[in-house]
Design a protein around this ligand. Structure first.
Ligand code: HEM
Length: 376
């Protein structure tokens, strides 16, 4: 009956279970036994020391329709630990790095997108734009994946953002355990057009973006490879979807909290102004001189709790955790606070949060409307 409970009920339940049963305990999610892992020591053992033992993904937890599951399970986020996941993860990391992930060229992309966000903010002073951060986060990834950014009123970005918002609401809700139809058909149509366009205009060996790199890879591999054109759309969705919704929801929570605590907002601005005094713009390295702002961002991530219980893991072989025996295929639900998780499945991106928050706080003061009720 979990889906009929109050949305915050699971947190009280987990807290209660923690007190009664300790840092490692099991419970049934529907007909399947799952293990909840809590606390730094247990998390370290599962996610770092025995990372490979816990790097699987359960293949039967969500009640997706079959065709959709076949597509989803073969790509990255929900793919089980195996050759296909390893090859795709390695390829994704290498290609994203080649296009700037974690480097200065990514900074330039993020800061470039910020110019558009700031224009939008200036135009919408006094109003509130629910999708502004979604648009920015999506566009930063679009530049790497498709080699282009989209105007915020372009049909592509409107459809994509809407699709991600709706699906994330469903996937994070209790009904996901009962039945989960992902509404990705519009995204698939648009991505298919982009792939066709890329195939027509690409120069093999001279990739312009992630899509071109994948098409180049397809030229090299044989029939036994896990790389194939069918998987490309879902692979792209796998990078686009988690990157957009997580970043934008964290930012929305961050600015809401800064409006609620103006003295913290003010102290961040003071630190940012001091450090960036003579500079045109922030760079990711500036975080080292902004301990207060960094701490605020960490706290925002803790409060935003964007992926509250991370993504289910499952054991890839019989193993032990804190002395308990766990058979192969056992679900593990990490419950400690690690915003990007840890180990081989770790998420891919902290740079955007820092640069977006610092850039906007330097230029704007965010105020909760006087005539509105206090946020609850
Ligand atoms: C505030 C921003 C973000 C947060 C809080 C976040 C959080 C997470 C978490 C908790 C996981 C699960 C890790 C696990 O299973 O142990 C994850 C996985 C993942 N994230 Fe993120 N993420 C963020 C941004 C991004 C961005 C910007 C991208 C894309 C560029 C991205 C791509 C991925 C992918 C592909 C995975 C799956 C990794 C795998 O299963 O191998 N994330 N993220």
């Amino acid at each position: 009956h979990v889906c009929f409970l109050h949305p915050a009920m699971h947190l009280c339940f987990l807290l209660h279970s923690l007190k009664c049963y300790g840092n490692v305990y099991s419970l049934f999610i529907g007909p399947r036994a799952a293990v909840v892992i809590n606390g730094a020591q247990a998390m370290k053992e599962a996610m770092i020391t025995k990372a490979a033992d816990f790097a699987g993904r359960p293949q039967d937890i969500f009640n997706f329709n079959c065709h959709l599951w076949l597509l989803l399970s073969k790509r990255m986020v929900l793919a089980d630990y195996g050759a296909s996941w390893k090859e795709h993860r390695r390829f994704a990391l290498m290609t994203l790095r080649n296009f700037g992930l974690g480097k200065q060229s990514m900074e330039q992309r993020i800061l470039g997108e910020m110019q558009y966000t700031m224009e939008t903010l200036k135009r919408s002073i006094g109003k509130h734009s629910v999708v502004m951060f979604h648009n920015a986060a999506s566009n930063i990834i679009c530049q790497v994946l498709f080699g282009t950014r989209y105007d915020y009123d372009d049909n592509f970005i409107k459809v994509v953002v809407q699709c991600f918002k709706e699906n994330s609401k469903i996937a994070n809700g209790a009904w996901a355990m009962v039945s989960h139809n992902m509404f990705v058909s519009e995204f698939i149509k648009l991505a298919t057009c982009l792939i066709t366009e890329h195939k027509e205009t690409r120069v093999p060996g001279q990739p312009r973006d992630f899509l071109d790199c994948y098409l180049d890879e397809l030229d090299k591999v044989d029939d036994c490879s896990s790389f194939c054109e069918d998987r490309l759309i879902m692979f792209v969705l796998d990078l686009h979807f988690p990157g957009t919704d997580t970043t934008s929801n964290t930012l929305l929570t961050g600015f809401l909290y800064l409006m609620t605590y103006p003295h913290i907002h003010g102290r961040c601005q003071q630190e940012i102004n001091q450090v960036l005094e003579k500079k045109d713009h922030a760079s990711y390295d500036d975080r080292r001189n902004m301990p207060y702002t960094q701490a605020v961002i960490h706290e925002v991530q803790r409060i935003a709790n964007t992926v509250p219980l991370s993504v289910y893991h499952c054991t890839t072989k019989d193993t032990k955790l804190m002395g308990y025996f766990l058979p192969k295929g056992e679900f593990a639900k990490p419950d400690a606070f690690m915003p990007f998780s840890a180990g081989p499945r770790v998420g891919l991106a902290p740079m955007a949060l820092f640069l977006i928050m610092v850039t906007l706080l330097r230029r704007f003061k965010f105020i909760w409307p006087e005539d509105a009720e206090q946020p609850d």
